[in-house]
Design a protein around this ligand. Structure first.
Ligand SMILES: NC(=O)c1ccc[n+]([C@@H]2O[C@H](COP(=O)([O-])OP(=O)(O)OC[C@H]3O[C@@H](n4cnc5c(N)ncnc54)[C@H](OP(=O)(O)O)[C@@H]3O)[C@@H](O)[C@H]2O)c1
Length: 251
């Protein structure tokens, strides 16, 4: 895709990957709208990056998503890029006496239902543009799961499957459907320790590689894969699934 001249909504734009993508797109001359729950961060980012607009939304709440879509439709009728990036990751224990089902449901509400709701509400606006792009952040864990994040991994596997069907259904329209499965990247997704974990890819390196790949023609697969995620993404195809699974899930 062209990296300039778009009107882009990025959910989960208040921190981590979404915020860094928002800043990168803003620097390249795009109109950027970020969405998230944390009002203070939305205000800080718009104040320090004139032109970025912050809209508050709770992706777990259908009414809140509907009002975000309504605001975007009326303020930015030229929206041509939607980045479905908001997500949460929580550890879960399914082998104890009590199972915390609320945690599992909150992951599904945010990572799955939130994406479906936003996409459904904004597809008609995207379809009105001469061309449009939907980018959705999945995860390398969609392809080889980690035992302690069962619903998180499954939520991303859901999106991977759903995106293939969405891409096929939209194939006659000028709407690109891109999947972005990050590897393990330094953000606060699973807590403060995650941000400085040396095993995770530095956020700046990840964003630089993603932006460079986005600037190239979209592969037929619709997947934008940085080098670090390729082994996990291709594990089954290249016959190393069992090794990668064992590494992520020690006996
Ligand atoms: N970092 C990694 O290792 C990694 C790997 C693979 C995939 N990913 C995916 O990358 C995406 C971004 O995560 P990140 O790593 O950048 O972590 P992050 O810094 O925690 O970002 C998550 C973003 O999602 C937003 N969000 C969460 N719940 C929300 C809700 N109910 N309503 C609205 N916004 C909500 C947060 O904003 P508010 O808190 O302001 O609402 C925040 O901006 C996620 O989809 C994640 O699954 C990350």
């Amino acid at each position: 895709m062209q990296l300039t001249g778009h009107t882009i909504l990025i959910t989960g734009g208040t921190s981590g990957i979404g915020r860094a993508l928002a800043e990168a797109f803003h620097q390249r001359g795009n109109r950027v709208i970020i969405a998230g729950r944390r009002r203070a961060l939305l205000d800080e980012i718009s104040a320090t990056h004139p032109g970025i607009c912050g809209l508050q939304v709770d992706m777990q709440n259908a009414a809140s998503v509907a009002s975000l879509a309504e605001e975007v439709r009326s303020l930015f009728p030229d929206l041509d890029v939607l980045v479905n990036n908001a997500g949460i990751s929580r550890e879960e224990t399914w082998d104890g006496d009590v199972i915390d089902i609320d945690t599992s449901l909150s992951i599904i509400e945010t990572n799955v239902l939130g994406v479906l709701r936003v996409t459904a509400a904004l597809l008609p606006t995207l379809a009105k543009q001469p061309s449009a792009t939907i980018i959705t952040t999945t995860s390398g864990l969609a392809f080889v799961p980690r035992f302690n994040y069962p619903t998180y991994c499954a939520s991303k596997a859901f999106l991977h499957s759903w995106l293939q069907s969405l891409r096929h259904q939209l194939r006659h329209k000028p709407i690109d459907v891109i999947e972005l499965p990050p590897p393990y990247v330094q953000t606060e997704l699973s807590g403060p320790q995650h941000l400085s974990d040396p095993a995770a890819m530095p956020l700046g390196d990840y964003i630089a590689e993603v932006v460079a790949l986005l600037g190239e023609p979209t592969p037929d697969s619709g997947e934008i894969l940085v080098e670090r995620v390729k082994a996990q993404r291709m594990a089954e195809r290249s016959g190393v699934y069992a090794q990668i699974y064992a590494k992520l899930n020690p006996a």
